[in-house]
Design a protein around this ligand. Structure first.
Ligand code: PHE
Ligand code: ZN
Length: 849
């Protein structure tokens, strides 16, 4: 029998907590299968409460003892927690529970990774550690004592005292339970320090397993850069004596911002030139910044409830994007951020999993750590900043920090701060938080007697549960170019608020070429019929780097779509425009590398689907191959010189400048690879002294079906390095021929190194699989079945990861009847699995409907 459908919870049902907490003391007696947790919690009735019922969350706990004001009681154990009769006045709650970290494979609560104890409490993991009001609007200072045999035992806040077999920690800043952390094990630290803007010394520690010390330098530097940046740009100073980061091998997400004790997936912090790519370094820098920035946006000001998740995540992503832009190239970062947004968030927003940035309901909160909450949330803040201006944004943020410090706030509080500090009416802007779906903005233009008129029409397609959409407040950054390529109108922000709206520009000498949605000023899909010549013109002349890149991308897309549908493709226009772009030494190599890249298969599938066509994954794949072959042949004579220009002769540095050169060099090698049968790739593989070049060469060799020797060599060299072995797994799936992908995946799952309970390893194989559309959607349907088999296998062990991965099926309705039928069968098979987690039930249920 299947369990009854899990029940959603609603934002509208929010009520304030019945009891607040003055202080928490926790005592841990560590044991792999029988850890004892003793809690002492001082509760006070909340004057704002609407009920006096005393309920504590608890899951998978064995209650040993409970007492109120020193008297033992027998609480009422109920579904999801316990109830008890309590005094109508402040009281002391004491409890002792037993838990088993070693058998906790869900990696939520207290668990073990490689013999080390660690915790993950966001969103609702603390209830697996002890009975507690596990909701973010209950904030309290924590004191923690840890007893055990572990050489290093850590918790949040400042270290108080320690001795043989024990350690005590004190976190004075009131925090919700989701920010609690504990780590204990055999760890070594890279030590450093930071002097804050008011002159306080903060000790910095980056804890890793012995043997990983050599991979900590970059992360530590990124941390110091982040601390400095947050002081300089947001005026935010760190607030404890010590800040610690711990690297953990088994972790569901990238990292976690626990107060003063961030816990990181090893993949999000450990880096060295020999084992990490430029992309890894960049991601690590961004995640370290992200978690550090949460200290103010997330921890000091937290969320009232999980419907407000984007309050901390959207803002913190926006802040880490600003940071990366300042540390590296703004233009390149923006292009990468928009590509990621389109790849993940637009896909989500245009399918069955579309949801609001502030949802009205959810079943399992773990399913809402999405691109919409994070990346779209960040775009909303970026738009706000564009609308109010940079200085007003800074003032609003100052007000936000003073007004809400120490509180559990809401998205409404956030918008109100902007209204109060700028006196703008943001009523319509609020719709961005409540209306799911990606708006389409269609542009038409009119030219007569020196007057140029642009007319915009916006509409947002229906999303699950939301059929009717209202017009959004859209900032459209627009510039105009004259026929000779000069800018005749620098960037202006046009504020669109109506369903249809025109803007007029007078006194122009000639019909201009518009550059619309510069720097991607709003998360919308721009619909504009344009000629290949005009796109090539913008690629050559636009002063806005984002739109310059965008022009090349849309031109490539036009070519690919035409190749797929069998229409006339503007191939020659594209090839000559790309050639001019590549030869332009004044352009940043990183920018050129991005412009050389093609739209993804998934992007093309969505584009075709939007146009009312049924995407054929193989046709899409072949069109890409055809275009790359044509590019390679067209650029043949240029390739060697351009590649030589990109050689980096200085010692490896993971900075933007070197990374850009390597990226362009590898982009060009990928083309040459189609002409020389892998010779240059093999030579590069053999001489590469860093992972970026080595992995790029390996990918090309695999693509040329010449990868066997390199693969064996790679494995032999890196067998003991988990993170590099993840790459070894992923590469084989990513660079397989579509007909072979499912078989390769199946074979990899039988490899002795396929430790599938480790989220990184599972994702290396299956994440790469679902991101390879031609392989995953192979007409045999073999891939669907294999994927479903593994979701069923993983779900009872780690429901969070199983549920996340099930988004591999989210685009099933795009495809032809055969594929739809096969995918539906597999989705239903997983859904019919006895005991399927609430996480997976919710995800697959939504995908199916
Ligand atoms: N809050 C974390 C972040 O955004 C993400 C996370 C969520 C980590 C849930 C673990 C569990 O940085
Ligand atoms: Zn975050």
């Amino acid at each position: 029998m299947k369990d009854a459908a899990p029940q959603p919870i609603y934002l509208a049902d929010y009520t304030p907590p019945a009891y607040l907490i003055d202080g928490v003391e926790l005592e841990f007696h560590l044991h792999p299968t029988a850890t004892r947790v003793v809690s002492k919690i001082r509760f006070t009735p909340n004057p704002k409460a609407v009920s006096r019922d005393f309920f504590l969350h608890g899951e998978g706990l064995t209650l040993i003892r409970a007492a109120i004001d020193g008297t033992d009681i027998t609480p009422d154990l109920v579904e999801g927690g316990l109830k008890a009769d309590v005094p109508d006045a402040p009281f002391l709650w004491e409890a002792e529970v037993e838990i088993s970290p070693e058998t906790n494979t869900a990696l939520e609560g207290l668990y073990m990774s490689n013999g080390m104890y660690c915790t993950q409490c966001e969103a609702e993991g603390f209830r697996r550690i002890t009975y507690y009001p596990d909701r973010p609007d209950v904030m309290a200072p924590f004191k923690v004592r840890i007893e055990g045999r572990e050489p290093v035992m850590l918790s949040n806040g400042n270290p108080i005292a320690s001795g043989e077999g024990w350690a005590e920690w004190d976190d004075p800043w009131p925090k919700p339970a989701y920010l609690f952390a504990l780590v204990a094990g055999d760890l070594v630290a890279r030590d450093d320090s930071f002097t804050t803007m008011s002159g306080k010394d903060v000790g910095l520690k980056l804890w890793v397993r012995p043997g990983d010390e050599g991979k900590t330098a970059f992360g530590m530097q990124a941390l110091k850069d982040s601390m400095k940046w947050d002081e300089e740009v947001y005026g935010r100073e760190y607030d404890l004596d010590i800040f610690q980061i711990v690297a953990v091998s088994d972790f569901n997400m990238g990292a976690m911002e626990n107060k003063g004790l961030n816990i990181f997936n090893t993949s999000a912090v450990l880096a060295s030139p020999e084992t990490s790519t430029d992309a890894n370094f960049e991601r690590i820098e961004a995640i370290i910044a992200h978690e550090y920035f949460h200290n103010w946006t997330g921890n000091r000001i937290t969320c009232r409830d999980w419907f407000q998740l984007s309050l901390k995540e959207g803002l913190t992503v926006f802040r880490d994007q600003q940071f990366s832009g300042d540390m590296r190239s703004k233009a390149v970062c923006r292009i990468n951020d928009v590509s990621a947004l389109r790849g993940r968030q637009f896909r989500e927003d245009n399918g069955p999993l579309a949801h609001q940035v502030q949802p009205d309901s959810f079943v399992e909160i773990n399913n809402f750590y999405t691109a919409t909450i994070y990346e779209k949330g960040a775009e909303l803040i970026r738009m706000l900043r564009v609308l109010v201006g940079d200085d007003a944004y800074d003032k609003a943020l100052d007000l936000y920090f003073t007004r809400h410090d120490g509180e559990a706030a809401t998205i409404e509080d956030w918008v109100k701060v902007f209204e109060d500090s700028t006196r703008r009416d943001l009523t319509q802007f609020r719709r961005w938080y409540k209306q799911a779906g990606t708006p389409r903005v269609a542009v038409s233009e009119d030219w007569a007697d020196g007057t140029y008129t642009m007319t915009f029409k916006q509409s947002t397609p229906p999303t699950p549960g939301q059929d009717e959409k209202l017009p959004q407040h859209i900032p459209l950054a627009v510039g105009l170019l004259g026929p000779n390529g000069d800018e005749v109108l620098p960037t202006q922000i046009l504020e669109m608020t109506e369903a249809e709206q025109s803007f007029t520009f007078e006194g122009l000498a000639a019909k201009p070429v518009p550059s619309i949605l510069r720097h991607f000023s709003a998360p919308v899909i721009l619909e504009r019929d344009s000629t290949a010549q005009e796109r090539a013109f913008l690629l050559a002349h636009d002063t806005d780097p984002f739109n310059k890149w965008e022009a090349g991308r849309t031109l490539a897309k036009d070519v690919l779509v035409a190749l797929i549908t069998g229409e006339d493709a503007p191939l020659e226009d594209y090839l000559s425009a790309i050639t001019v772009m590549l030869r332009d030494d004044s352009l940043d190599p990183a920018f050129r590398a991005l412009t050389l890249g093609l739209p993804s298969q998934d992007d093309l599938a969505q584009t075709l689907f939007d146009a009312g066509l049924t995407p054929d994954p193989m046709k899409i794949y072949r069109a890409q191959q055809t275009l790359k072959q044509a590019m390679a042949e067209h650029l043949q004579d240029l390739l060697p010189r351009l590649m030589a220009d990109m050689d980096v002769t200085e010692p490896f540095q993971p900075n933007a400048e070197q990374a850009g050169k390597r990226a362009l060099g590898l982009g060009l090698l990928n083309l040459l690879n189609r002409l020389d049968g892998g010779a240059a790739a093999q030579a590069l593989y053999d001489r590469a002294d860093n992972m970026t070049l080595r992995l790029g060469a390996l990918g090309d060799l695999l693509q040329a079906q010449k990868g066997d020797a390199a693969l064996a060599d790679f494995r032999a060299q890196f067998e003991t390095d988990e993170l590099v072995m993840d790459k070894w797994f992923a590469m084989q799936v990513t660079h397989s021929a579509p007909e072979d992908t499912a078989q390769i995946v199946a074979k990899l799952t039988e490899d002795s190194a396929f430790n599938w309970k480790n989220p990184n390893r599972f994702r290396a194989v299956f994440g790469a699989f679902i991101m390879n559309p031609a392989g995953f959607h192979n007409a045999s349907g073999e891939g669907y079945k294999l994927f479903a088999d593994w979701l069923i296998k993983l779900d009872p062990v780690n429901p969070q990861i199983a549920a996340r991965m099930s988004s591999g099926f989210e685009t099933w309705r795009r495809y032809d009847a055969d594929r739809q039928g096969m995918m539906k069968t597999q989705i239903e098979r997983v859904l019919a699995t006895e005991g399927l987690s609430r996480d997976s039930q919710e995800m697959l249920g939504r995908i199916l409907n």
